[in-house]
Design a protein around this ligand. Sequence first.
Ligand code: GP9
Ligand code: MN
Length: 701
Amino acid sequence: MSKFIKNTVGKVNTTLGFFTLTVVLFWLKTYIAYKTEFTLGVKGAVQQFILVLNPFPTAIILLGIALYFRGRLKYWMIMIIDALQTTWLFANILYYREFSDFMSAGVIKSSGAASNNLGTSLGQIIHATDFLVYADVVLLILLLVFKVIRIDPRPFKLRYAATITMIGVALFAVDLGMSEHDRSDLLTRTFDNNYIVKYLGLNTYAGYSFYQTEKESATRAKASSSDLKSVLAYLKKNKADTNIKYYGKAKGKNVFIIHLESFQQFLIDYKVKGKAVTPNLNKFYHNKSTLSFDNFYNQVAQGKTSDAEMMLENSLFGLPTGSAMTQYGTSNTFQAAPAILSQTEGYTTAAFHGDVASFWNRDNAYKSWGYNYFFYSSYYKEKSSYNIGYGLKDKIFFKDSVKYLEQLPQPFYAKLITLTNHYPYTLDKQNQSIDKTTTGDSTVDGYVQTAHYLDQAFAEFVTYLKKAGLYNNSMIVLYGDHYGISNNHRSAIAQLLGKKSVTNFDLAQFQKVPFMIHMKGLKGGINHTYGGEIDVLPTLLDLLGVKNDYIQFGNDLLSKDRNQTVAFRNGNFVSPTYTKIGSTVYNSKTGKVIENMTAAQKKTVKQMQNHVTTELSLSDRVIEGDLLRFYTPKGFKKVDKSKYSYKVSTSLKSLEELQKENKTSVLSKHKGKSTVDLYKTDAPELSSSSSSADSSSSSSK
Ligand code: GP9
Ligand code: MN
C-alpha cells in the first residue's frame, strides 16, 4: 500500500503527473465555487453530471498548451495559465456576488466594471476567504520553488501533448453534445449567462462572451450617424396619425403591463368540457371599458419572451437569431418606455418577475431601459413548493409583489411578468382545477391547466387592485408574449381548434395573442385592426398623451390610417387582405391559397413584402449599429446605467426613503398601513401561513 502511495506521489515529479495534479486542483475549486458562489439552477442527474464534467475539457485544453513548451518553461507556462484561469474565476465570484450574473466581455471592455459601480463597492463585497481560490496556485508554485516537487526537464513528447489536447477536445464535444441534448439551441438562443456556465463552464463562457462582443463591436464601429437617415426617412413616411378620440385619455394614470406567459388568443372564450378555461380574462376581455384586439399577433423569434419585451417597450424588433436583449441589452443606447415615462412624465418604473435576474440579461437590459426597480426572485420568499419550472408560481408571485408595489410613488409604470403558463405546462395536483385537453399530445394537454391557473392568479390580483384603490386610477394592459403550442404539434392544434387538419394559414392565425387595454372611462370594445407587439409602445404613448419623436417601428393601433401589414420575424406577413407564408399567398378572408395571381395582386403583395423586409432590416440596423446613440430627441436624456442598482438592500433602502419624502405611494395613501392584508389568494402553498396570519390579525382587532 505504502508503495502504491509512494509511486503515485512519485508521479508528481513527472510532467504528466504535475499537469494532472494541476487540472484536478483547478477542477476541484471550480466545482466548489459552482456549488457555493453561484446559483446555477442545476436540476436532475444529467445536469449534475454535466456540471461535474464541464471544468475538465477547457482546463485540459488550456493547461495542455503548456505541454508544447520545452524544459522548465512548460512548468511555468502551466502556472501562468492556471493563474489566468483562476483570476477569471476570482473576478466572477466577486462580480456575481454583486450582480447575480457573470462578468461579460462587454462589461470589461466598456470599462463597465466602473460604470456598474463595481470599483467603488469592491471593498464591501470582497471577503478574505475569496483569495483561497489562489491557494492551489500558490501551493504548487511553492512546492516547485522549494523542490518538493521536482521539475521534470525532459521534453514532453509532441504526440503525447497532442493526445492530451485531443482528450480535451473530445471531452468538450461530449459536454456540448449532452448540453445541447438537455437544452437545445443553447448557444444560438443566448438565454442566460448562467446557462452557458452551467453547461459549458466558466472558461467556455469567457470565450463565448468575447466572441460575441467582438462581433458586435465590429458592426457597431462601422455604423455612423448617417445610417440614421434612411431610418428616419422610412419612419417619417410610415408614421400613422394619432387618434384624437383616444389621445391623452390615460394621462397621468398608473400603468400596469401584465405579461401573460405563452398565452394565445385562442384561449379567450375557449372551453374544455363546457368549462371556460379563462373565465376571468374572458370577462376582462369583454368588459365595456376594455379595448380588446382580436387580430393582434406575436412577432417574436428565438428570443421569445425577450423579443416580446424588446418590442413592447422599445418598438424595435428582436433579431433574426438569438436575443437582442442578451446581446445588445448591456451595451446599447435605448429609449424605452420606462425611461421615457420616468424622464418626461415623472413615473416610477418597476419590473416584477419570479425568475433569477440574469435570465434574458434582464438585470442589465432593464438598466439600459431605465427601470428604477427590478424585483426578481431574490426579492421573494423562496420555498421549494412556491416554485415550478422557471420560478415562482403566479398566485404567489402576484401576492408577494404587493409589498413592493404599494411602496412605489404614483404614478407608476409596473410590469409584471408571469411564469407558470410556460412549457412544459406542468402543474402540481393541488393547483389543478380544470381537466386537461385530450389530444393525446402530452406537451399540449396541460396547457389549459396552467392557463386556467394564470387566469385565477390574475383575478386575485385584480381583486386586490380594486381593494387598494388602484383599479380606477390605472390603465391595465395585458398581452400574451408568444405561442404556447409550437407549430410542431399540428395534429394537436387541429384537434384543439376542432378541425381535421391545419394549413400554414391556420398556423399563422394561431400566432394571435391577446392585447387588451383597460381603464375606467375608456371606450372599449373589440377592435379588429391588424397589428402586433411592435405597435404597443406607440399606442400606449398616445393614450398617455406623451409626445413621441422616438425611433419606433410600430404604429398606434388606434390610428385610423395605419398600415395593417403585420411582419413576422422571418419575413412572412399577415394583413386583412393577404397573408404570405414562404412563397405562398393566401386570401386572408377565406384562408385559401391564391393560385393564379393577377398582375395587380402581384404588385400589391410585392409592395407589402417590401414594406416588411424594409422595416425588419432597418430595425436590425438600429440595434446592431447601436444607432440610438446618435439620436436623442428633445427633452430626453441618455440613460445613465450606472445610476441603477437592483441589489436587494439598495432598492429596499431607496423605497424606504421614498416613503418619507414622497407621499404618493399606496402605502402612504393608507397612512403607512400595509395593504398586503387586503390580498386574498387561495394558493394552497400559503394556506397554513395565511390562515395563521388571518387569525393573528383578527385576534388583534
Ligand atoms: C424566464 C421567462 C421565460 O425568465 O421569461 O422565457 P421564455 O422561455 O418564454 O422566452
Ligand atoms: Mn415567454
